[in-house]
Design a protein around this ligand. Structure first.
Ligand SMILES: C=Cc1c(C(=O)O)[nH]c(=O)[nH]c1=O
Length: 312
């Protein structure tokens, strides 16, 4: 079975990769992803300069999931841009993703100008959904702000670019964000980021599990899969066909990957479970997805991508 996928004019050997933020902040993490069967990697969301992030404990694993309020710790854009440029020179036929998450519009524009002026020819993933920068809202929930940002970005940025969105929980919000996104030459939309501002408690200590923001943080893992699938499907039904969808959220096994693709995902990102298992997860997920496809007689993901049935 063929697990390859195509987004815009780029073909990836495998339709699975990591989600930004998980085991992708250092070059040895990224080199492990390169050595794995993952179809691509995305780098930890970058800010213009090195950033410490929030005080620890800032991440807690749970059965089947996790809560995090990392606060955007990263080595700064130059570190990741240097890495992807070196990798691109060594493997010119591969496309990878560079995630950026400026805490201000100015920072995002400055970073995008730097990337525009470089030889980078991969995809930029503009993160509009970080839930963990104290005092900063998840931009993706402010539709006018998203329009303003994309207007200013596409005034000069002409390389492939997508956005990473927070989860929406109202069909009218799918309509509203799609109406904004359809006005721009986006290469992809990645849904979803962690479900923002959940609260995990340690009942023995009668205390929250993580330190930042009084214990509030982004939730990932198996419990967010129904929300992730709804967002992939809701956007797939509303976005113009030129905008590909990357499905992220709740992927633990091959069935979860299959479901994201049924909902319309062209690429599936794995966060929490990749964090637990490491890069060997990509061999396991590839085996599991291949077995599902073989049992159903599917040769490639296009045989079932977006073909979710309803009762009517
Ligand atoms: C880029 C910051 C993010 C972070 C973080 O660095 O706290 N955690 C998430 O779950 N999603 C994010 O987008």
């Amino acid at each position: 079975t063929d697990l390859s996928t195509t987004i815009a004019d780029r073909t990836f050997s495998n339709c699975m990769m990591n989600a930004a933020g998980v085991r992708c902040a250092d070059e040895n993490d990224l080199n492990q992803l390169i050595a794995s069967p993952a179809g691509a990697y995305v780098t930890k969301s970058a800010t213009p300069n090195v950033r410490e992030g929030n005080p620890e404990p800032r991440m807690k694993s749970l059965p089947g999931g996790c809560i995090n309020s990392m606060g955007l710790p990263n080595h700064g854009l130059d570190y990741y841009l240097d890495f992807v440029l070196k990798d691109q020179a060594a493997r010119p036929d591969k496309t990878n993703l560079l995630s950026i998450a400026g805490t201000t519009l100015e920072d995002n524009l400055a970073m995008l100008h730097k990337v525009a002026d470089s030889d980078f020819n991969g995809f930029v993933e503009l993160n509009l959904s970080c839930p963990n920068v104290p005092g900063k809202p998840q931009v993706g929930y402010d539709f006018d702000r998203v329009r303003e940002i994309l207007t200013q970005v596409f005034a000069f940025y002409d390389k492939p670019l997508g956005v990473k969105l927070p989860p929406y929980f109202d069909l009218v919000h799918f309509d509203q964000i799609a109406a904004v996104l359809n006005d721009f030459p986006l290469t992809f939309v990645n849904s979803i980021n962690s479900v923002g501002n959940g609260l995990v408690i340690d009942p023995n200590a009668e205390r929250v599990a993580i330190k930042p923001k009084g214990g509030f943080g982004g939730i990932g893992g198996t419990f967010i899969k129904p929300t992730a699938l709804a967002n992939v499907r809701g956007l797939s039904l509303r976005l113009k066909p030129e905008i590909a969808i990357i499905g992220t959220g709740g992927v633990m096994n091959g069935t979860d990957v299959f479901e994201h693709i049924l909902c319309g995902a062209s690429m599936v990102q794995v966060g929490t479970q990749f964090g637990f298992e490491g890069t060997r997860i990509f061999k396991r997920l590839s085996k599991e997805l291949s077995a599902i496809m073989a049992a159903k007689g599917y040769q490639s993901i296009d045989d079932f991508k977006g073909k979710l049935k309803t009762f009517d």
